[in-house]
Design a protein around this ligand. Sequence first.
Ligand SMILES: *Cc1c(COP(=O)(O)O)cnc(C)c1O
Length: 440
Amino acid sequence: MKYYSTNGQAPLADLQKAVVKGLAEDRGLYMPERINKLPKAFFDDIQDMKFQDIAYNVASAFFGEDVDLDSLQDLVYDTLQFDCPVVKVKDNIYSLELFHGPTLAFKDVGARFMARLLQYFIRGKVCGDSVATDETVNVLVATSGDTGSAVANGFLGVDGIHVYVLYPKGKVSPIQECQFTTLGQNITAVEVDGVFDDCQALVKSAFVDADLNKHMKLTSANSINVARFLPQAFYYFNAYARMKQLNLADELVMCVPSGNFGNICAALFGHEMGLPVKRFIAANNANDVFYNFLQTGKYEPKPTIQTLANAMDVGDPSNFARIYDLYGKSHERISSLISGATYSDEQIRQTMRQCYEETGYILDPHGACGYQALADGLQPGEVGVFCETAHPAKFKEKVDDILGIDVEIPERLAAFMRGEKQSVRMSKEFGDFKAYLMQQ
Ligand SMILES: *Cc1c(COP(=O)(O)O)cnc(C)c1O
């Protein structure tokens, strides 16, 4: 399968290049040249299949031409060692819980899948090319909290790859920090004396520095990487199967709390593969750029607004380019399939309280946007599934404060919190970071 750039100015890439490079030469996002449809028989029996087998079928359609099927099956089973249950919350509203992975957030699946696919390509090269032998590939990632933990845990213990997580000192929550500073092995946490933008600037400078690139092989694990976003399609096929099992899949509405729009983009790829979902809702916090696009047909990026649902604080979502391209740049096609919703922090608080009082279900601030969008937007006869994108304990301070409860911390998270923090202190000067990497 070849991948083209949404900017149309870069040469076609094969999967390996798209995964290793992440972004195309013209700064566009890679798109697969074709989206293979899954056969009718697959959907006829899907309710009897388990998550891992459903995912393997979907993965074969995307990656089967470029990865041998035994390896791909290993890769999918290694990635999906947990379940994504669908839980009834109220009436015709169901929660698709995407938070049962290692760091309790949905980004775990994409991160792990990408780590294993990158490793597959490195190993492949080791076999085929004696020059490239055992050179380590170094992944640099800047994080404001959530991405760092998902990437670090996804790549943990994957040999041949070393990960440097750069994060702003004192600017991530203690729960987030412990998830990438206590791991050891092939994960190094770099604590930068600065803000998130300084971390990102260090990473960007490193990628274009000639000496460094001669000294070591560098790559990114950015969320726009095809290997990180496409596997999220697995979730939606599984949700459909579980709803079909309940005989509730005839008029299914999928609602995705969205920030950078990678997760919903994967859902839309699933729809193009034949997934019988009636329509989609993109639920936003106060960052309403996509919502406004749906109303007006104009895409106008804005500065980011900080909100309670901070993993969705994005003022210029990267994956808009993919969605726009997927539907031939047609506002009409996009707005007839996807509707939008936008909620203020006050509305998010109110939703969390009301849902908890009525049903006992604890929403996190991101999932709350999804739940409310269904409560506001479902038509008679429709059944809605929203993604609960993070475990409420990940945002414990906020959830406890809003609901007046003491959210239980799952053992997996508690184990991180008992670990010993290890980090490398770094100034925000590129010269210091470069000197450090040159010694590695
Ligand atoms: C990343 C994230 C989102 C937003 O997902 P996108 O793919 O960027 O739209 C929503 N909720 C949580 C908890 C996240 O970590």
